[in-house]
Design a binder for this molecule. Structure first.
Ligand code: SPD
Length: 297
């Protein structure tokens, strides 16, 4: 008798098995994806880690039951987290990534040839699992311009004496080990480690399902940074399919300082980010504005 972990052809799957993965969103809605094969399941000191092969989205990394990346749509999140600040900053040289164990953010950052990056990831097992099962995402770990450290990002930053032009927080959700990365004391350390003109971007969850989380994060950030600009992207496998990032700086407005010519000159072959998206992603629906209505989701 085959188990869900066995590789089964789509036709026999249809006949014998009907295996689906559901991620619940605040226990009242969810996203359900048909599974081809369970490739890996394990536990690190920090979390449960699963890799599933799916019909619609290719391979998918799931941490503590929450979808982190899929092969088919990861480009949206990683391009938007990396290129918006790297093209908003006039001359980025040093980049820090906190989290980002699957390697997608590092891959996008490394496209900028003038940049050196340090990535601090708490869970080495996420990097190892991603390298084994998602090799198209973690392509930059061995890049000589990249340094990868396995440490608690919050503690590392509290001790850090360096300054960075761009700091990116590629965290999982604000539960468990990543919770501190959404809190004010951590953001104060981020501000301390930004070089003059530096830009900070954090992923900031779904504007629909996590509206209160997002407004709480932004309230704190406005007490620390002069410029706080949320932006959005469409990510099919994240809750509501609509995702937010928040960009902060003391001096650099991401649209006013933006030079489209730099995007053209870079000549990256990207699937989501372009100069038009750079400007458009900062246009927000009314419910995301500072005094916008509570959606009550
Ligand atoms: N609910 C999903 C939130 C995931 C945010 N981080 C994804 C990590 C991709 N590198």
């Amino acid at each position: 008798m085959p188990t869900p972990a066995d590789r089964i052809s789509e036709s026999s799957m249809t006949d014998l098995w009907n295996v689906w993965f559901t991620e619940l969103h605040r226990r009242r809605a969810g996203l359900t994806i048909k599974i081809k094969q369970l490739l890996y399941t394990g536990k690190s000191p920090y979390q449960r880690i699963d890799v599933l092969d799916t019909y619609a989205f290719g391979r998918m990394l799931v941490l503590y039951g929450s979808i982190m990346v899929t092969e088919k749509d990861e480009f949206v999140y990683h391009e938007m987290l990396a290129h918006v600040p790297l093209f908003a900053h006039p001359k980025p040289r040093k980049v820090l990534i906190i989290g980002g164990g699957d390697g997608g953010t590092l891959r996008e950052v490394m496209r900028h040839k003038q940049v050196r990056a340090t990535m601090v990831e708490i869970d080495e097992a996420v990097v190892q699992t991603s390298q084994k099962y998602l090799p198209t995402i973690g392509t930059a770990f061995k890049n000589p311009r990249a340094q990868v450290l396995f440490e608690d990002g919050e503690r590392w930053l509290a001790r850090c004496k360096e300054k960075f032009d761009v700091i990116l927080v590629d965290a999982s959700d604000p539960v468990g080990p990543a919770e501190v990365l959404f809190q004010k004391p951590f953001h104060q350390q981020v501000a301390r480690c930004l070089a003059p003109g530096g830009i900070f971007v954090t992923q900031s969850e779904s504007p629909f399902f996590h509206q209160k989380t997002l407004s709480g994060i932004q309230r704190n950030l406005r007490e620390i940074f002069k410029v706080v600009r949320p932006y959005t992207a469409a990510i099919p496998t994240y809750p509501s399919g609509f995702w937010s990032f928040t960009l902060c700086s003391d001096t650099t407005d991401p649209v006013a300082r933006f030079k489209e010519s730099r995007v053209k000159a870079a000549g990256f072959k990207l699937k989501y980010y372009n100069a038009g998206i750079h400007r458009a992603c900062f246009a927000l629906p009314s419910f995301m504005l500072e005094d916008g209505p509570d959606l009550g989701l």
